[in-house]
Design a binder for this molecule. Structure first.
Ligand SMILES: [Zn+2]
Length: 69
């Protein structure tokens, strides 16, 4: 194994310190998950871009916070 168990934050290498990278992992895992739609209440929302979310169920696009709805 070449890399440690740092998941998506592995790209930062040994930089930025352990705590910062752990926070990056938490955020990135979170933003990749399905989120709950405020309109149809189904967990079919994905992040399109920073602060922009789209529901695959009711097809609504809306703005939210950068990393979660
Ligand atoms: Zn929806």
């Amino acid at each position: 194994m070449k890399t440690k168990k740092v998941g998506s934050a592995g790209r930062f290498g040994a930089r930025y310190g352990r705590k910062v990278r752990q926070r990056v992992i938490d955020i990135e895992v979170k933003q990749r998950q399905w989120h709950k739609c405020p309109y149809c209440l189904k967990s079919r929302v994905r992040r399109l871009a920073v602060g922009i979310w789209k529901c695959k169920s009711c097809d609504s696009e809306f703005t939210g916070r950068a990393y979660e709805v």
